[in-house]
Design a protein around this ligand. Structure first.
Ligand SMILES: C[S@@+](CC[C@H](N)C(=O)[O-])C[C@H]1O[C@@H](n2cnc3c(N)ncnc32)[C@H](O)[C@@H]1O
Length: 348
């Protein structure tokens, strides 16, 4: 979610204000909230409106759940939608388009985004979609409001833009026969690091494997296609959309596969696995977070059985060796090229 806390509050205040005035006219208000993080005002909102929270990222979803904010599903049509864009343009426009589609006539979409993450482009996008968007700026953040009307509902250019945004942001076939979706890591081509890792993986991998931080399943597909002695695979990621694509990409394999929507940094992981393959994340939201990668690498080692194999790839400058060494004293860097390194460890 790319929005400063202060504007988050302002956006929710606006939603609450609109909701209350609709409720005063005897209307029960249905609100869709796309990609929210927990905020106390959300609790207040659920008391005056029927809310649907769309959150595919595990950490934020757990926090909402912790505060009793599960919301209801498939609320349709909605009178209001509040969208917090992601850092990826196509994905954000897809979210806006999906929300726009679900608004009834007279319904309002609010978008809240920091300027540095492309607020102006979403403002322009909503202007084209609605013909009536209004925006206000404060503290380097923009709040855009647009209304669904009979006019924009019948407008050809608006409908063409809506359809294009839906098509472009949808789960789709990309190169190498993968099913993927904008917003996922290296969504439309295999990452150079992941390709290097696959070139280093032995086809002798066997037993139970964990594709830790699996994305849309690039590494798992390699393992399932090349390693005949693999008996079971766990695919784990924090992003529900990545797992949905991974499931499609692995559907043709008869191997037992479990898809785990988990935060690998904090939640319980499968134990006693024979091997882990991993291209660890080093970003939390917008910011670089080396510690996240280090935590995940340590947890990968902790969940391998004695003698279990770790194969990971990382940007060359990322400091994972000290962590791996703790669990796999005789680890080796099996390849270094193009700014990446592949590390192999055997847990002792
Ligand atoms: C560098 S990508 C690798 C994806 C895939 N393995 C590949 O090679 O294309 C890292 C992945 O980690 C996921 N991720 C980020 N933080 C995570 C966390 N705390 N727990 C589990 N997965 C996480 C991201 O959603 C992303 O799919």
């Amino acid at each position: 979610m790319v929005v400063a806390a202060r504007l988050y509050h302002a956006a929710l205040e606006q939603v609450a204000h609109l909701t209350q005035s609709m409720a005063q006219h005897g209307l029960s208000v249905r609100v869709l909230i796309q990609s929210p993080c927990y905020h106390p005002d959300l609790v207040a909102l659920t008391q005056v409106a029927v809310c649907q929270f769309e959150q595919g990222m595990r950490g934020a979803a757990l926090e909402l759940e912790f505060h009793g904010l599960q919301g209801v599903h498939d609320v349709e049509p909605v009178q209001m939608a509040l969208v917090f864009p992601s850092k990826q343009k196509q994905q954000s426009k897809y979210w806006i388009a999906k929300a726009w589609q679900r608004l009834e006539v007279g319904g309002v979409l609010l978008l809240c985004c920091e300027n540095q993450y492309g607020a102006k482009s979403y403002d322009d996008f909503l202007a084209l979609l609605s013909g009536n968007a209004r925006s206000s700026s404060k503290s380097k953040t923009r709040l855009v409001v647009a209304m669904r009307t009979e006019e924009n509902l019948a407008d050809e250019a608006s409908n063409a833009l809506l359809q294009r945004s839906l098509d472009e942001g949808e789960m789709q076939q990309v190169t190498d026969g993968f099913c993927s979706q904008p917003g996922l890591f290296s969504w439309d081509r295999i990452d150079v690091g992941s390709a290097m890792l696959m070139a280093c993986l032995p086809s002798s991998l066997a037993g139970v494997g964990l594709d830790l931080c699996c994305g849309y399943g690039v590494l798992s597909r390699w393992v399932a296609s090349h390693c005949a002695a693999v008996e079971k695979l766990y695919l784990l990621d924090v992003d529900q959309r990545a797992l949905a694509c991974a499931e499609k990409n692995m559907a043709k394999f008869e191997l037992p596969i479990a898809y785990l929507w988990l935060d690998a940094a904090v939640e319980a992981l499968p134990t006693g696995v024979d091997f882990v393959v991993c291209n660890p994340p080093f970003h939390s939201g917008q910011s670089r977070d080396v510690q996240l990668g280090q935590t995940i690498v340590a947890r990968a080692c902790q969940h391998l059985k004695k003698g279990g194999l770790l194969y990971l790839v990382a940007n060359r400058q990322l400091p994972y060796e000290q962590i791996v060494k703790r669990y796999c004293p005789s680890f080796e860097v099996v390849k270094q090229a193009s700014g990446f390194k592949v590390i192999k460890g055997v847990v002792e």
